[in-house]
Design a protein around this ligand. Structure first.
Ligand code: M6R
Length: 368
């Protein structure tokens, strides 16, 4: 059933084009975004004035990515919080708060408790879930399913990309309800998303280079991941993958935070991954990252740069260069995450670890 792949995770990485395509399928009807189960009225959606995203692990990272799109498109304040933290403080919620609970399994106890807490405070709950009829979607007021199919590898890959796509649909559904985007703008954003599976496929086809880099760096003690804007949650996701699969010390930082502490970690030969935003998207971000890369290179870091094809500016700063197709800044995590998945899997394999079943971890965490 591994379809010729050495482990499920590789198969699931390769299934990402269809995971995203299937998640988008049928979601634009007559120019309007439709959710799967909508037990909220249009008026209730229009009245939303605050969004809280709650989730754990990779699902939380997908929520961090979503915040950039949701605030940009809807102008509604959006906070993203680890479910187990949200649950045990005293978040300010009321009936005009939308709590988006993201969970692949739909059974994660921390996220489920956050949902129950939100409901007890009268907040509206929307679940983004990969498992039909699981507990979290059952208790939610509205549901949007990701259609990644069953994910066997403990490390989330295709479900993660599908979550990012689904979260963007949530943002568009809110923008349409609130009227912060015209219908043709919503359709245009949707069609841009629909282009992504093809580009995801191109990244998947070129992963041999990443696997080679992984074998070269498999003995590293520590690896850092840097990014700005949506590249920041992508850095967190890259570090999480490496921790959970390769049991290697890894940390993700917003690149702008470097000089506030983490730069002290840089020493000769330390591998540092950086995702470059597209050069033509927000060139200000691009030049800020170039300065960050100069700072770490001057201190001996070995840079592994993920950048859009045709970005000549970054090339002189890359010890290793991984090129991905050009897309917009917002959509880039759908591509830039993939090399991180393959890198972690290959380092784990090179170290002789079980890629699909890392130690101490369960696929679905049903206890708090
Ligand atoms: O099923 P869920 O999406 O609620 O699971 C959340 C996390 O436990 C999950 O993403 C975990 O972090 C993965 N092992 C990440 O690869």
């Amino acid at each position: 059933e591994k379809g010729g792949y050495e482990y499920f995770m590789l198969k699931e990485i390769a299934e990402q084009p269809s995971a995203v395509a299937d998640t988008l399928l049928g979601k634009l009807v007559d120019g309007r975004i439709v959710l799967d189960e909508q037990r909220l009225s249009d008026q209730e959606l229009r009245d939303i004035d605050k969004v809280f995203i709650v989730a754990c692990g990779s699902a939380y990272h997908s929520g961090l990515v979503a915040k950039y799109a949701i605030e940009h498109w809807t102008r509604i304040p959006c906070e993203v919080e680890i479910a187990s933290e949200f649950r045990y403080r005293d978040p300010v919620l009321d009936r005009s708060t939308l709590v988006v609970a993201i969970s692949q399994s739909g059974e994660t106890a921390d996220t489920l408790e956050a949902v129950r807490h939100a409901k007890s405070q009268k907040a509206r709950v929307l679940a983004v879930c990969n498992t039909n009829g699981a507990q979290i979607p059952r208790e939610a007021d509205a549901v949007l399913y990701t259609h990644a199919g069953p994910e066997i590898g403990v490390a989330s890959t295709k479900a993660y990309l599908a979550q990012i796509a689904a979260n963007y649909l949530v943002g568009l559904a809110l923008a349409q309800a609130r009227g912060t985007k015209f219908p043709d703008e919503v359709s245009a954003e949707f069609h841009a998303l629909e282009q992504m599976p093809e580009l995801i496929g191109q990244v998947v086809e070129r992963l041999d280079q990443v696997r080679q880099i992984a074998r070269e760096l498999a003995d590293s003690k520590s690896v850092l991941f840097l990014g700005r804007h949506v590249g920041y949650p992508t850095a967190l996701e890259g570090a999480l993958k490496l921790k959970e699969l390769a049991y290697m010390h890894a940390e993700g930082f917003p690149a702008g935070e470097l000089k506030h502490g983490p730069i002290a970690l840089i020493e000769e030969g330390l591998p540092v991954f950086v995702v470059m935003p597209p050069l033509h998207g927000r060139s200000l971000l691009h030049s800020k990252l170039i300065s960050n890369i100069q700072e770490i290179k001057a201190r001996g870091a070995r840079t592994i740069i993920i950048s859009a094809e045709g970005d000549e500016v970054v090339k002189p700063f890359a010890d290793y260069l991984i090129e991905i197709p050009e897309t917009t800044t917002l959509l880039q995590p759908l591509l830039s995450t993939i090399p991180y998945q393959a890198f972690a899997a290959e380092v784990a394999a090179a170290r002789g670890y079980d890629v699909d079943k890392p130690r101490n971890l369960a696929k679905s965490v049903t206890v708090e």
